[in-house]
Design a protein around this ligand. Structure first.
Ligand code: ZN
Ligand code: ZN
Length: 180
């Protein structure tokens, strides 16, 4: 082990006084045990400091939520028609649509933020992809029950891929800016 010897008294977790530890919260400097420590980009923090910081980050107002939801829904629906017409190229189009949605949402809510807001935008993106996905699904089921081939299956596959990619891109692109 390469931990330098310390001449200070052993530390004990401030929440678990029976646990000896070598960690300190990088913000409030209280000693914390492994269970209480949360690894952040700026070092270990106690759970209280992490929670306090998250609150400070949440600046979204109540009317930002419907804006994020419906904007993401509408743009995702529009994008699904483009993707639906392009087949295989959905793989490239869907992430671009996701980036576009996240930028549009960020702009529409005046760059205010909260985790719930990002989740709601992702839900909107998913819901926006559903009508065309459902349409393709019905097409495949109709073809199958009518004794037809599986030709419509590709369209369904691309739409499913679109729904997944657009949702994940929207969420990770929006929430990514919060982790520093
Ligand atoms: Zn702390
Ligand atoms: Zn602890």
């Amino acid at each position: 082990m390469s931990i330098p010897p310390s001449d200070s008294a052993p530390l004990f977790c401030y929440r678990h006084p029976d646990r000896e530890t070598m960690l300190r919260c990088a913000r409030c400097e209280r000693p914390i045990c492994a269970e209480c420590a949360v690894l952040t980009p700026t070092g270990y923090r106690c759970k209280e400091c992490v929670r306090g910081q998250q609150k400070a980050f949440e600046t979204a107002l109540w009317h930002d939520y419907p804006v994020a939801l419906f904007l993401a829904m509408g743009l995702s629906l529009g994008g699904s028609f483009i993707a639906g017409a392009l087949g295989f190229f959905t793989i490239f189009i869907a992430p671009i649509v996701g980036v576009f949605i996240s930028e549009a949402v960020r702009w529409a809510v005046g760059k205010r933020r909260s985790q719930a807001l990002y989740r709601l935008a992702a839900v909107g993106a998913a819901v926006g992809a559903l009508p065309l996905l459902g349409f393709h699904l019905i097409g495949v089921i109709a073809a199958l029950s009518g004794g037809g081939g599986l030709g419509g299956l590709w369209g369904l596959l691309w739409m499913g891929l679109y729904a997944f990619l657009v949702t994940s891109t929207t969420f990770y692109r929006l929430s990514g800016i919060q982790i520093r």
